[in-house]
Ligand binder design. Structure first.
Ligand code: C5P
Length: 232
């Protein structure tokens, strides 16, 4: 996989027009366009179809979690949109297996959200979960692999242990990426592109450091160059 194919740009903007402008500015410096919940409900689903039809890779960050029948049918519909990546909450095997069933033979990669990076040990305790976020993320990554998922979403801090436990062909997608010296925004545990790639991440999700840069294309190019260097 080439360096630029590993860069996922989070199109966290209000509407499809702003997103289209960013896609045009960043162009071939990104491999995948991530459409999350904000944009999905303001025309993002149509944009996902449009970009997929143009041959672009689209990541539908829908973070599904529901009863089996609903997850299976929703996954089938997202696969039919032409999406390349989809996220499902990785809490239980029934949800994971229904997403795998819904995908069928479509070329849609399924990623489990292990533990949201906004949650700490006290938040898990409140849910009756007695494990640390890192242990829970690892256990859920193993569950996702066993269920036939392609990979997980995990912070750079958990990437190395997940890589060790799940082997080389299980994909790790890492958000919370900040080039050295960049503003962390609301991300608590950030990592540079170099460190995340070296920790075992296959794909990096980058939002604001690119989308809010004066020159988004140049910001994306700089990150791709850093990924290239880290892979050497
Ligand atoms: O702007 P920034 O680079 O922080 O954007 C990160 C993107 O990754 C956002 O779209 C956010 O929703 C997503 N994400 C995250 N942490 C997770 C899962 C997804 O930051 N654990």
């Amino acid at each position: 996989m080439k360096a630029h194919e590993r860069l996922i740009v989070a199109l966290d903007v209000k509407g499809p027009d702003e997103a289209r402008t960013l896609v045009a500015k960043i162009g071939a410096y990104a491999g995948v366009w991530k459409i999350g919940l904000e944009l999905l409900f303001s025309g993002g689903a149509e944009l996902a179809r449009e970009l997929s039809a143009q041959g672009q890779k689209v990541f539908v960050d829908a973070k599904l979690l529901d009863i089996s029948n609903t997850v299976e049918r929703a996954t089938a519909n997202i696969a039919a949109m032409g999406a390349a990546f989809l996220t499902i909450h990785g809490h239980d095997i029934k949800t994971l297996k229904s997403a795998v069933a819904g995908r069928g033979d479509a070329p849609l990669k399924l990623f489990a959200v292990t533990v949201l990076t906004s949650l700490n040990a006290a938040d898990l305790a409140e849910q009756g979960i007695d494990e640390s976020p890192a242990d829970l993320a690892l256990r859920r990554a193993e569950l996702a692999k066993k269920s036939g998922f392609d990979g997980v979403i995990a912070s750079g801090h958990e990437a190395a242990s997940i890589r060790e436990a799940t082997g080389d062909d299980f994909l790790i997608v890492t958000p919370g990426i900040r080039p050295a010296g960049a503003d962390a925004d609301d991300q608590a545990r950030v990592m540079t592109p170099t460190k995340a790639i070296r920790a075992g991440a296959d794909y990096l999700v980058v939002g604001r450091p690119i989308t809010q840069a004066t020159d988004p294309g140049a910001a994306a190019r700089a990150i791709v160059e850093e990924i290239e260097q880290a892979l050497v």
